[in-house]
Design a binder for this molecule. Sequence first.
Ligand code: MEV
Length: 303
Amino acid sequence: MKSPAKAILFGEHAVVYGYRAISMAINLYSYVNIKESNDITLYLHNLNKSLTINLEELKTINPLKFGDFKYSLMAIKKVYEYLDINNGIFTEISSQIPVSCGLGSSASITLSLIRGISNFFGYSLTDDEIAELGYQVEKEVQGKASRTDTATITYKGTLEIKKNKMKKINNDLLKSCKFLVVFVENRKKGTSEIIKDVAKCKDKDIIFKEIDALIDEFYNIDDKRILGNLMYRNHLLLKKLNISTPKIDKIVEIGNIYGYGAKLTGAGGGGCVLILVDESREKELINRLINENVKIFDCKVVY
Ligand code: MEV
């Protein structure tokens, strides 16, 4: 079982205040491989760490006390409770999604587990049930969560999100777009801390309205050059919220010169940049990025 990652095309932070965001499922994946077992064993391939508990322990443990295993254990606990499962599993979890940088790596693993375990035991949960379980896992682990990541990764494609309401959108332009997700640097603050910083920005409402207006423009275009420009304008507005960094700005400028446009994606304070590729200049773009010592992932929207 595999699940994609997500990237926000427009509207991060604005969505926290009830404005729209556009998010997309992208082809970076987490994987789970499940086999029969007497107990519950989780093997985190990327970290080479494993944990075994028995079925009775699963009922009483607090997953939050299990560090790197907390999301996976919470996902297993929730899906076991929901489906009343009483058999053990051995599950290997691996991921190609960079962590803690706005690409939804924990939501992706959570959803791979929920889908993987339910399928393994012969249940076919609906996407709505899966998205809800995924959201419950994120909420219990984080204390507070938005549905952006779990919904985008469950329903795939492109979603408009407003006040936790999701609408799938069918955008032909995005289907033909090639993106690069560039991991620039580790974030120094967590999402909730950055959201608190944004709350202090006195111009935030004007900025969010301008970001929301970009989404109206997005719905009326069919040209990648204009889409790239809208992304760059969204980035400049995020910069006004003080959530960009010099390194992120530098990569955005490269993406803007050698691609159609670029912006930071996610909560900011570091993390990743999303670049819309101009295929006629892709080699130049990649060469420029390689000089910056960043990690580059080729991405498109997955449906
Ligand atoms: C984080 O990826 C994006 C934020 O808008 C928060 C959220 O929507 O959950 C900052």
